[in-house]
Write a protein that binds this ligand. Structure first.
Ligand SMILES: O=c1[nH]c(=O)c2[nH]c(=O)[nH]c2[nH]1
Length: 293
């Protein structure tokens, strides 16, 4: 039996980086969680412990902080591309790099109705994300949204599903539909206005969730991805992971009360998990863009 080293990568996970841009009295915050992963000729350290080609994960973390000082961080996609190209361009045996970045939002605190110069409140659970992969001369950018919780209180049905001896779920023509969106979209090209693209993709997905009458969360998932591809030519492929955050009608009959679709129990777990990919049939080869672990 022969044993070999399979695919591997290494890096520093979840480097917490906060920058303050001090342009006069109005400060600008960036709050990022950055993870680096390097790939390449790394057999020696695994097989013999020879670390001559291992750029320490501590150095990778320091590079993130130094880069944040040396130039404005800017959009997360650009920061990721700069870091990835630095690692592959300066370490002989490092041929590939993936930089994952989550951006946490902050809102200015309103004081007397006016946004404060330097006091902020966290925007909530939603994060803007990116995963930049550089392999040789090529780059792939997959950006997205995490933790965007949505709910519609009508305009959702679920019926017509098979019934077997284990089925108890009642058919419904009017239910709450709620989810927490994890979306990832693969860009074609990298000379893009990342922030504007993110804003528009988010808007299209939200509008579709709100306006598409839903016969299943699967149908809503497809509609959201399809709308993004129809409206945003820079996107080749959309992947969505949508937990079905069940809201069960509470049985009020023991109290002599009728529940007219008004009182719900918001279940925590288990939850349905609906996942899917929507893509252009003429999209260019995804390369290593998705092989994320
Ligand atoms: O939109 C839904 N899709 C399902 O596959 C499913 N399964 C289930 O129990 N409820 C729902 N809702």
């Amino acid at each position: 039996m022969a044993i070999t080293l399979g695919p591997n990568q290494y890096g520093k996970a979840e480097v917490r980086l906060v920058t303050v841009r001090r342009d006069g009295p109005v400060h600008h915050l960036k709050d990022l969680t950055v993870s680096t992963s390097l790939r390449g000729e790394l057999a020696a350290t695994h097989l013999t412990g020879d670390n001559a080609g291992v750029l320490a994960t501590d150095t990778q973390k320091n590079t993130v902080y130094a880069f944040a000082k040396e130039a404005p961080v800017g959009e997360i996609e650009d920061f990721g591309l700069r870091l990835a190209r630095h690692f592959t361009g300066t370490q002989e045996n490092i041929t590939g790099a993936r930089i994952k970045i989550d951006e946490h939002g902050w809102d200015r605190i309103a004081v007397g109705g006016a946004p404060h110069d330097h006091a902020f409140s966290r925007s909530g659970d939603e994060r803007r994300t990116t995963a930049v992969t550089v392999q040789g001369d090529r780059a792939w950018v997959v950006s997205g949204i995490d933790g965007l919780t949505l709910l519609k209180s009508t305009g959702s049905e679920f019926h017509g599903f098979p019934r077997d001896q284990y089925t108890t779920l009642a058919e419904t023509s009017d239910r709450i539909l709620a989810t927490a969106v994890t979306a990832k979209w693969r860009y074609q090209g990298e000379d893009l206005d990342w922030a504007a693209s993110h804003t528009e993709i988010r808007r299209v997905m939200l509008e579709t969730f709100a306006t598409k009458h839903s016969l299943s969360l699967q149908q809503t998932l497809y509609a959201m991805g399809e709308a993004v591809l129809e409206k945003r030519p820079e996107v080749a492929e959309v992947r969505l992971s949508l937990p079905n955050k069940h809201h069960f009608l509470v049985d009020l009959s023991p109290f002599g009360l009728k529940n007219d679709n008004e009182v719900f129990y918001a279940a925590d777990r288990p939850y349905g998990l609906i996942e899917g990919t929507i893509l252009r049939d003429d999209a260019e080869d995804p390369g290593p863009a998705w092989d994320i672990h």
